[in-house]
Design a protein around this ligand. Structure first.
Ligand code: AMP
Length: 585
């Protein structure tokens, strides 16, 4: 089939924003495409040459594409570069330049889908010495044979900016309408959600019809689209909807789908990118923890502070995209723990059509917990009181809230529904200002911090009762000299017992009389059942905690402990910022 047919359809797609019209245009197109070429047409319409998870993107550098257009039209690079600066759309630039081309090329042949696809594939995969020149020539050759309209889409495709506005689900609609009836759409979608490969779904449909879809199995190496959760505002509503259900901690990290085989482990992100290289410690952890030859396991990866045992903000690991040495260093400094919450495939058997209990049972059977891989903490509940106390426990452990799961729900790939319901902590507010807190205790350091403290217990001042109440554990922001100087510096204030003016639910290894004030920057204020600051003011039984506190490096020797940030100020910051958050929303 000619590429021109595709380009024409793209022209029509670009001219509308209505999903139904897009579907009709696609159906008309798909009907014309020969069976053997439908997968390629689908990928090209998605603006790619492979399914997402293959990790092979076109995304040619714009500079190189400019040179390709210049070469094909025998114009100077600068002229093309200037035209691109003016319009910002390389597709339009290529189209205009081809229209303005005076001499037609001698060897020009009409472009076919096969030749275009083969060239784009080579552009995407060529690597090593001489690859830039090869890519440049491939693009120039394509443009050389292209009509102006084709050039528009070729140029956009190679730089990875198709801009057709066609969602994957619109392609699903069109495939269902082409090869079956609209009523069969769900089966087509399910095949896509399980395989994450629309090209393959199209090829199977074209070749074997709807019945062929049954052969598209969940398989190792090919990620399944993630099941998503709805949200509810109260635990009452959650229980009303689900009745007796499983509650799991909701960890605040990165969702990871691990495909484990006898000789290979691959990790995929929620966007189905291959992220194996970024988390060597998860790969190693799974080798130790899993007692299965073959499995697909899902979980949330969270960085854990080796000293405080508390979770760290996810930013600490989201920067792991650089060179291998950097990744290895990050994996050592901020190792992540994978909290596994689902098992989708076990020894060749697809478990996604089984209920939650079965899948959780399988997970518990095959997982031997290690430091690097743990089971997501789960409790089955029926009563509101149990749900609330489990929620408090989750917050105390530093989680964002809970995930409620219907006990017999299947794993609905790609779907957002009430089978899974997220319930997050109600109140949290960002902190824009630093605060000054008083050191009232310290926890002994471990590992690299042996001999000094792993974290300090920090408190705010309540002037009304003249008491210091705890609001966070502070373990980050210290340089080595300060860190190892802490015991010496705090020794004059050390005490065997808790000071009478300190109120704390936590028991540190060393207590201090309230004397030393440190400047702290936090990410946000949250409600926490572990800390005593502003206890009961926002929620019965819970206080206010500073999340992700960090020492700014400033010792507030100019402040007496009674001059530290007060409980009242923290409450004010909390209320004020909540208002700001509400307004912004
Ligand atoms: P959200 O990103 O707020 O829509 O919440 C959904 C995300 O929470 C999922 O995509 C997971 O990455 C994450 N998550 C954390 N803990 C769990 C859990 N126990 N079960 C399922 N998802 C979880």
């Amino acid at each position: 089939m000619r590429y021109a047919t595709l380009a024409q359809a793209y022209g029509k797609l670009e001219a509308t924003t209505k999903r139904l019209e897009m579907t009709d245009i696609l159906v008309a197109l798909f009907r014309e495409v020969p069976k053997e070429e439908i997968d390629k047409v689908v990928y090209l319409t998605q603006g790619r040459v492979f399914p997402d998870y293959a990790g092979i993107e076109l995304g040619l550098a714009e500079k190189l594409a400019i040179r390709g257009i210049a070469r094909a039209t025998a114009r100077p690079d600068e002229a093309i570069g200037a035209a691109w600066k003016a319009s910002g759309d390389l597709g339009l630039v290529a189209e205009e330049q081809l229209r303005a081309r005076t001499q037609t090329t001698l060897s020009s042949e009409p472009l076919t889908i096969e030749t275009v696809y083969a060239s784009l594939k080579e552009i995407a995969t060529t690597a090593g010495t001489g690859s830039q020149e090869r890519k440049l020539q491939l693009l120039a050759d394509l443009l050389n044979d292209a009509t102006p309209e084709e050039a528009r889409y070729l140029a956009r495709t190679v730089v990875g900016k198709m801009r057709l506005g066609v969602a994957d689900m619109t392609i699903v609609d069109a495939l269902a309408a082409t090869h079956a009836t609209k009523e069969d759409r769900d089966r087509v979608e399910r095949a896509y959600n399980v395989s994450s490969d629309l090209g393959e779904v199209a090829a199977v449909l074209a070749r074997d019809g709807l019945d062929g879809l049954g052969a598209l199995h969940l398989g190792r190496g090919r990620p399944i689209r993630a099941m998503l959760a709805e949200r509810l505002e109260t635990l009452e509503e959650v229980l009303e909807r689900l009745g007796e259900c499983a509650l799991e901690y909701k960890y605040d990290g990165l969702r990871v789908q691990a495909h484990v085989g006898p000789d290979r482990i691959q990790l995929f992100s929620r966007q189905l990118e291959d992220i194996t290289g970024q988390f060597p410690e998860i790969v190693a952890g799974l080798r130790d923890a899993l007692r299965a030859k073959e499995a697909i396991v899902e979980g949330e990866a969270v960085p854990v502070d080796a000293n405080t045992g508390e979770f760290l903000p996810f930013q600490e690991v989201s920067r792991r995209r650089g060179r291998k040495t950097d990744v290895d260093r990050m994996a050592q400094d901020f190792p992540v723990t994978l909290f596994a919450f689902d098992c989708l495939l076990l020894e060749g058997e697809d478990l996604t059509t089984r209920g939650y209990r079965d899948r959780r049972g399988a997970l518990e059977r095959i997982l031997r917990e290690t430091d690097g891989v743990r089971l997501a903490t789960m409790r089955t509940v029926r009563e509101l009181l149990d749900a609330e106390s489990f929620f408090d426990e989750a917050l105390q452990k530093g989680c964002e809230g809970l995930m409620a799961k219907s006990l017999d729900s299947t794993y609905d790939a790609g779907a957002r529904g009430y089978q899974w319901i997220k319930f997050k902590k109600e109140y949290s507010a960002e902190m824009s200002d630093t605060i000054d807190l008083v050191v009232v205790g310290a926890f002994a350091g471990r590992g690299r911090r042996a001999g000094t403290y792993g974290a300090l217990l920090m408190a705010a001042y309540d002037a009304e009762t003249d008491v210091f109440r705890t609001t966070c554990k502070l373990g980050t922001g210290f340089d080595d000299a300060t860190l190892f100087g802490l015991p010496e510096r705090l020794r004059p204030h050390a005490r065997e017992e808790r000071h009478a003016r300190v109120e704390s639910k936590l028991t540190p290894d060393t207590w201090f009389e309230p004397a030393v004030v440190l400047e702290v920057r936090g990410a946000e204020l949250t409600v926490s059942p572990v800390h005593t600051c502003a206890r009961d003011a926002v929620r019965p039984g819970a206080g206010l905690a500073v999340r992700f506190p960090r020492f700014t490096g400033r010792w507030r020797d100019d402040k007496r402990p009674e001059d530290a940030t007060s409980q009242k100020e923290l409450l004010g910051m909390y209320a004020g910022q909540l208002k700001a958050v509400r307004k912004a929303a």
